[in-house]
Design a protein around this ligand. Structure first.
Ligand code: FPP
Length: 242
């Protein structure tokens, strides 16, 4: 649909797009397939959407790939998701490099399996010099956990005498979250029509435009990202002003 960054089909680009990729299970169920098949096709959507972000020239894209609550799923499904992630990271490393994509990850990453963590660090390291789109995978991520970890970090700095408690403000809180290196998302997209935030980036989405798409994630493709970006262009952000 859009072929290169030079042919940008939108005038007003979001810097940061965050996506709750929901509906893989329902997509599979509707077709009489196992849930893992929904995740497999969902990984193809991930690939397409990354390409779309690069073509549009989006600076940051955060994908909610595995939540802290997802650990409650059956072991079989968790293992299938981890396998998919490892394969994705391995297979796509060259494409990420070719597209100048810098990979990053947020979440309680130490909970991931050793194999998964090793591959993740490998790909993050391999793409660390890239200067194009930053792709942030939220893995074993929960926003409340992130806030708890941020509070602990601030308390530690106070105890060490590096932060004066009277000086704690929004900026200091932001700097102690996993997302400290990135701007807040301009858009939060959620697929599958559900009107929920599901413990994703609670602090960071204070002023994000919410875009809920009725399609399940495996059906969400490049054109859908473009539609979301166009919708953002039509919204009038007032940040509480008039
Ligand atoms: C939500 O659908 C989706 C997930 C829990 C996992 C998302 C994972 C992928 C898209 C594939 C792998 C990711 C990468 C980065 C390669 P759901 O299972 O909750 O769907 P349901 O609500 O219909 O059951």
């Amino acid at each position: 649909m859009f072929k290169s960054a030079e042919e940008k089909p939108v005038d007003f680009l979001p810097r940061h797009v965050a996506i709750i990729m929901d509906g893989n299970g329902r997509w599979a169920k509707e077709r009489g397939l196992p849930r893992t098949e929904g995740h497999r096709v969902g990984a193809e959507s991930v690939q397409e959407v990354i390409e779309g972000a690069v073509e549009l020239g989006i600076e940051y894209m955060t994908l909610y790939a595995f939540s802290s609550e997802n650990w409650k799923r059956p072991e079989r499904e968790i293992n299938a998701l981890m396998k998919l992630l490892i394969r994705f990271l391995k297979d796509k490393e060259k494409e990420l490099l070719d597209q100048n994509i810098k990979l990053q990850a947020i979440g309680r990453l130490h909970r991931l399996s050793e194999k998964c963590l090793k591959q993740l660090h490998r790909t993050i390291e391999a793409t660390s010099h890239c200067t194009g789109t930053t792709l942030i995978l939220a893995l074993s991520y929960g926003a409340r956990e992130e806030i708890v970890d941020g509070i602990k970090s601030i308390v530690h700095h106070v105890q060490e005498g590096h932060i004066d408690p009277a000086m704690i403000d929004e900026d200091i809180v932001s700097k102690h979250l996993y997302t400290r290196y990135y701007p807040d998302p301009d858009i939060l997209v959620r697929t599958s029509g559900e009107m929920r935030i599901s413990n994703f980036l609670l602090w960071q989405i204070s002023y994000s435009e919410l875009i809920v798409v009725d399609k399940n994630w495996p059906d969400f493709r490049k054109e859908d990202l473009l539609l979301a970006v166009k919708e953002f262009g039509r919204r009038n952000r007032r940040y509480g002003g008039i």
